[in-house]
Write a protein that binds this ligand. Structure first.
Ligand SMILES: CN(C)c1cccc(CNc2ccc(C(N)=O)cn2)c1
Length: 239
């Protein structure tokens, strides 16, 4: 899979591409992340990539010419990160991870010229209801979320337990030492009894989801075991 990111600030992506899981995946050629500097496509003397908005108002808008030129050099579905977009979520990430190539335009300042959106953007996507100085962090977040779903980037078992993969929030995690400052790891996790551990984790996931994100349970099919565990949870919570 290839992810192109069009940005005015390519340097913001150097750490993202060199560190940790994404860094290793790129080294192993499991995927490609191609950072395209929009400014490289400004042919005027001052390399002006943005300009004042017609009709007045604060902020700057990214000019159409450099974007159209940059878009000629990439392929795939074109996504534009903007507060006006559809909400990004794991379901959309899973869909986008199926694509051979995608291109993300990181808007900056007040955004990009609407003629680019009208004629080239396939999907406007927002990572949440808040405004950032630029679309680079949203582009990085989306690329990270999509990249980790590419086969080989992380162990398959890891993402199959993803909170949003099975529709529930994650259970609590512990590692050594088994006791720290008097705080103990739940006994069951040290028992080596895999069935009990699996049940404990499912119950903890259900409890957390029930307490923190009950909306995720609405419309979610519960297995017989999940129904039993949820009844236990409600009894224990006295609710
Ligand atoms: C109209 N306007 C302010 C604007 C328009 C387009 C891009 C930008 C760049 N900033 C962004 C981008 C995305 C998000 C998000 N929530 O995904 C938040 N901020 C700002």
């Amino acid at each position: 899979m290839k992810i192109n990111i069009l940005t005015l600030f390519p340097e913001m992506f150097s750490g993202f591409k060199s560190e940790s899981i994404i860094g290793k995946a790129l080294e192993k050629n499991l995927l490609e992340i191609n950072i395209v500097n929009i400014r490289d496509f400004c042919y005027d003397k001052h390399k002006q990539a943005d300009d004042m908005p017609f009709g007045g108002g604060a902020g700057m808008v990214i000019k159409p010419e450099p974007l159209f030129r940059a878009l000629e050099t990439v392929k795939g579905k074109v996504i534009y990160t903007t507060p006006q977009g559809v909400k990004f979520n794991q379901k959309l990430a899973i869909e986008l991870a199926q694509e051979e190539e995608i291109t993300i335009i990181a808007g900056h300042y007040e955004g990009i010229d609407e003629r680019v959106v009208e004629s080239k953007v396939d999907l406007e996507v927002s990572i949440g209801d808040f405004v950032l100085t630029g679309g680079e962090l949203p582009a990085m977040m989306m690329a990270d979320c999509i990249a980790r779903l590419v086969p080989g980037v992380i162990k398959k078992e890891s993402y199959e337990n993803d909170s949003f993969f099975n529709g529930l929030l994650d259970y609590p995690h512990y590692t050594r030492p088994a006791e720290y400052e008097g705080m103990k790891v739940p006994e069951v996790l040290l028992s080596g009894h895999h069935k009990n551990i699996e049940t404990w984790r499912l119950k903890e996931s259900l409890k957390r989801t029930y307490l923190r994100r009950r909306d995720l349970l609405v419309g979610r099919e519960l297995s017989k075991e999940e129904k039993k565990l949820l009844a236990e949870i409600k009894r224990e919570l006295g609710k």
